[in-house]
Design a binder for this molecule. Structure first.
Ligand SMILES: Nc1ncnc2c1ncn2[C@@H]1O[C@H](COP(=O)(O)OP(=O)(O)OP(=O)(O)O)[C@@H](O)[C@H]1O
Length: 253
């Protein structure tokens, strides 16, 4: 196992203003993710999963505590520095694909490269390489409205990967997909993780999606509840995940 790529220390997140209606969504959360890991974050609705992903992804700020990505503390960076950091180090896959409708798939995939300042002459080759890896090279000149949900999700995955980020963060990446497309995306993510050592952190409600991870961190009421590691087959891990979800009293399994 490599060095830690994400380190979360004593993180608290309180929504609302002092003296007003406050809500502690994360309460003293500490864990780390090693380079090359595929980690799932699970827990009941409202337990703080998206909040956790948002503070790690620099989209929201912690109230206290520290988060390091690739050994850099992101909790005391200014907005400009953060957006540079985000565009260099992070790739995002969300449930609603966030593809821009008036751009072709190729242009959508190229966005992180433009944000990073990649020279224009290098962009096409990078886009084609990642599109081939995800089996969407035939779609590059189409617009999002012209392709299926699964193809959109693979295009979004290509955009998350094209700039070779340190970490890919996913919030319910399979949430909008049917089971065939969900499996295809999960296989793709697992393959990237296995073969290219891409570190992935994914929030999911779904035990089947989570069973592709190596480790699941369960949170409840903003606190770490438990973590489990995959030791044998995916099928056995799936059953273990269902058991923990049953203990947590969720009905999502
Ligand atoms: N902007 C906000 N202001 C106030 N409270 C918030 C805000 N965003 C989230 N919360 C509260 O913080 C808690 C954690 O929310 P979060 O979205 O992280 O949960 P989650 O585990 O991702 O839930 P779900 O599985 O339903 O998406 C919830 O109780 C939610 O109501």
């Amino acid at each position: 196992m490599g060095s830690p790529v994400v380190e979360v220390r004593n993180v608290q997140k309180v929504y609302g203003k002092k003296g007003g209606n406050q809500f502690k969504a994360l309460n003293d959360v500490t864990f780390s993710m090693q380079e090359g890991e595929f980690v799932g974050i699970m827990g009941p609705s409202g337990s703080g999963k998206t909040t956790l992903l948002n503070v790690i992804s620099t989209l929201d700020q912690v109230t206290s505590g520290e988060i390091k990505i690739d050994n850099v503390d992101i909790t005391d960076m200014g907005q400009d520095e953060l957006s540079d950091f985000r565009s260099q180090k992070l790739g995002f896959i969300f449930q609603d694909f966030n593809l821009l409708e008036n751009m072709t798939i190729a242009e959508n995939i190229a966005l992180p490269l433009y944000l990073q300042g990649t020279p224009a002459k290098n962009i096409d080759a990078k886009v084609v390489t990642v599109a081939k890896r995800l089996g969407i090279e035939e779609l590059l000149q189409k617009y999002p409205a012209e392709i299926s949900g699964g193809q959109k999700q693979r295009s979004a995955a290509a955009r998350a990967l094209v700039h070779e980020p340190t970490v890919i963060l996913g919030d319910e990446p399979t949430g909008a997909l049917d089971s065939k497309n969900a499996t295809s995306l999960l296989e793709t993510m697992k393959d990237l993780n296995d073969r290219q050592n891409v570190s992935i952190m994914m929030v999911t409600h779904d035990a089947y999606s989570a069973s592709y991870c190596q480790r699941i961190i369960f949170i409840q009421d903003g606190k770490l509840h438990k973590e489990i590691h995959r030791s044998a087959t995916r099928e056995l891990f799936y059953k273990e995940i269902l058991d923990v979800l049953a203990q947590l009293g969720t009905k999502n399994a």
